[in-house]
Design a protein around this ligand. Sequence first.
Ligand code: NOJ
Length: 571
Amino acid sequence: MSTTATLATLSDSDLATDPNWWRQASVYQIYPRSFSDSNGDGLGDIRGITAKVPYLKQLGIDAVWLSPFYPSALADGGYDVDDYRDVDPKLGTLEDFAEMSAALHAAGIKLIADIVPNHSSNRHEWFQEALASPKGSAARDRYIFRDGKGPDGEFPPSDWDSVFGGPAWERITEPDGSPGQWYMHIFAKEQPDLNWANREVRDDFLKTLRFWSDRGVDGFRVDVAHALTKDLTEPLQSKLEIGTEDGTLDGSHPFWDRDEVHEIYAEWREVFNEYNPPRTAVAEAWVHASRRPRYASPKGLGQAFNFDLLQADFDAREFREIITRNLLEAAATGASSTWVFSNHDVVRHATRYGLPKATPEAHKRGKGQDGKAWLLAGAPEEELDRELGLRRARAATLLMLALPGSAYLYQGEELGLQEVSEIRESERQDPSFFRNRGVEIGRDGCRVPLPWTAEGASYGFGDGGAHLPQPRWFSDYAVGVQEEQEGSTLELYRQALRLRRELQAAEELTWHENAKGEVLHFTRPGGWHVVTNFGEESVELPPGELLVSSGPLEGGRLPANTTVWLRWQAK
Ligand code: NOJ
């Protein structure tokens, strides 16, 4: 593997002032509890991140997306927020946050904060006030309270399921000790849904956006962006009447992807534009592809995650169709596309690609036919080929890093890290595991603290232990090991991310039509050629200077499950 290109990167000061910095950024997701632990309590923290800024700089990413770091009882890994304008004392302080933000900026790295507007935690002072206040009070109106059905209100207001399993309603005890109303929670019962029809809720979030923007946050990742507005007109429909899980094409679902949600984001955009450069946002919205552009509109959040590649098999035809469609879609809205293979909610892609293709059979074992559940369900160990998985993951990532648009990377994927399945029930944390009574294995396997060194109590994660158990084989993946290893996955990411800055000069891609069915070949302006072999046989390489390759070549040919970047310009 060799890199011979001369680097012409944007300077750090260009990046700091460029209002379009996000369009083609490589964004590295940090799941703070599992990244780096500065005080040996087994939980990653803000100072731990600051200590690793040189690592992030060397990796070559443009921005960090920080998963929730707010005070939280961690009923859902921090997506249950007690206070939107503070740092969890377990993770540090606002001063630590300021230091981290300054260190990232000094290294030319932008900072994106996760914001969780659909629900607070049940420990949020508003929810506590709602519990202590009477039915019909202003405090209850900040959430979604309803009377139950049945003579004593003993049945939930509707038959809706929560995303993590079990009912989407929880009954409370009234202040006088009697069984009381029910509140809605699309996720865990510790995550009561906020009422976005309430002006106070809206204003408070505008305040939160300014609070973090004033503290150096450059952008926001918006959690469950498609669920905020709800039509809960009585009688509530039954789940059978409602049908689809992620909303309907006409926006008529009672809580997923309703059209009015965009009124909220138009207000947020006004706040973003108060700053220079304007703050950015990316929507986490699992909606029908045709409705995604609404979230990515420049009048709204500006960008939306596209999880299509993440849900696809390692398959040339699928990849090409997804890439083409998403680039067209992005061009139509003025946004740039987003690409992602791994995050804190899905099985790591180095493991996923080692599984048999996601046939309907395999889906059934996961649950449902939609692929998403399969990803959440964990990997059947006996059918797993980890080596193949890693080869394909490296090839897929190298292809993805060459696409126009922003690339979202998840901590540990630069190490080729695999999903951890060796977690005992007593050690599991994910509410989706518990609420499904173990039917779905949950998401802990991709949230295990990172290995930094081959030795040590928690493989260099900290001086103490790790809040989720790290398996022995983690030592082979450690940063320290890979830094010394020619051809390591870490080296591949560093090379590709450095080269990518040069490659990303213009947001154009042209398919090279001569490629065989199982080979994808596209060019980017400046004579960049990107070729991926999805087939089983090695194929001839087009001419050009080899810049980087996801795996060794075979006698000058491109082997199966491998991507190369070449540079060649016709005279
Ligand atoms: C999406 C987040 O990515 C996931 O981790 C979380 O459990 C849900 N939203 C609820 O906040």
